[in-house]
Design a protein. Structure first.
Length: 330
């Protein structure tokens, strides 16, 4: 599974430009699905047909990652940019970004009177080593993403884009390990989550599932002076109770808890004050869909170096396998 995680996290794929990461994921799941398609917005949908008598279940993890988009190039070839998704200026200075064509840029800042203050976005620029505007190897509208290799340090994993390539890796692993189940399972790798849950909106409408579960990361409360939150690395996947835009369906939540207990895996309950997942869009589709979330605790979300615990990841796979083999009646 580590090789899957490495491949996914190191692949380029910002919101709105997911073609490369979609191709990689399709390579992993193509032979594991009974049917596979890409919808009009770009979501990758892999169907595993059940043996009958079950429900239509949708499992979603988003393919896209946060990034920056070039909006101006000055005469010296320096780039100005705006953000794609939840990028914070305090995570940017001195970091490298990679564009689709492989060009690497370094983020710099204009001189600031107050050197202790984080430069705002309009004071930052990207240096791609261009001599001037004419010879700049990127253009207006090109999107860059953080560039970092996966680091395996004991059970801790460090990489960019765990949000939400780790969710994608979990779904791939579930597909590889899962035996026949009664339910029709739609494994959906969504687009444009970071800019408004857009892929979840269209894919859920098209599938019309009876049950929906998102797999994504969540923040933790286990670092120095972190906001108080009852989620830590290494204590199991988190089953969401609430976030900023949704309350998990009680039936789905309790079924996930029961599945964790039956699988013998530790779990945590998550209340997230800020942020949300594809499940917020999924539950509001059509007449309403019972939806829940399995979250992977993640430190330093939306930075170039996110951190998760591999045991939490493996236990999430076990939890989902247990959930998907249960009757899902409530």
């Amino acid at each position: 599974m580590i090789e899957i995680i490495k491949t996914l996290t190191e692949t380029y794929g910002p919101s709105g430009n997911e073609a490369r990461i979609r191709k990689v994921i399709k390579g992993f799941v193509g032979k594991l699905a009974d049917e596979i398609k890409v919808d009009a917005l770009g979501n990758l949908i892999a169907l595993r047909k059940g043996k009958g008598g079950g429900k239509k279940v949708m499992l979603a993890a988003h393919m896209d990652e946060i990034g920056i988009i070039v909006n101006h190039i000055d005469e010296k070839g320096f780039l100005r940019f705006s953000k794609v998704g939840g990028v914070s200026p305090r995570t940017l200075l001195g970091n490298r970004v990679e564009f689709e064509n492989g060009v690497i840029g370094v983020i710099g800042a204009e001189k600031m009177e107050d050197k202790e203050k984080t430069p705002p976005l309009d004071k930052l620029f990207i240096d791609v080593g261009a001599e001037d505007k004419e010879h700049c190897p990127v253009k207006i509208g090109d999107i860059g993403v953080f560039t970092r290799p996966l680091v395996v340090q004991g059970e801790r994993l460090i990489a960019k884009a765990f949000d939400d390539r780790i969710g994608c890796a979990i779904l791939i692993q579930v597909m590889q390990e899962l035996d026949e189940v009664p339910h029709d399972l739609y494994f959906v790798f969504t687009v444009q989550e970071e800019i408004g849950l857009r892929g979840a909106v269209t894919s859920t409408y098209g599938i019309a599932p009876q049950v929906a579960v998102a797999i994504d990361v969540t923040r933790t409360g286990d670092t120095p002076e972190a906001p108080k939150m009852a989620v830590s690395l290494g204590k199991g996947p988190a089953i969401k109770v609430k976030d900023a835009r949704m309350l998990s369906h009680p039936g789905v939540r309790e079924a996930l808890i029961k599945a964790a207990v039956q699988a013998g895996v530790p779990y945590q309950l998550e209340v997230l004050e800020g942020g949300t997942t594809d499940a917020a869009a999924m539950q509001l589709s059509r007449e309403g869909i019972p939806a829940g979330v399995v979250s992977i605790p993640c430190r330093y979300v939306h930075t170039p170096s996110e951190m998760v615990d591999f045991n939490d990841v493996k236990n999430a796979v076990k939890l989902l396998k247990s959930f998907l083999t249960s009757p899902l009646d409530w």
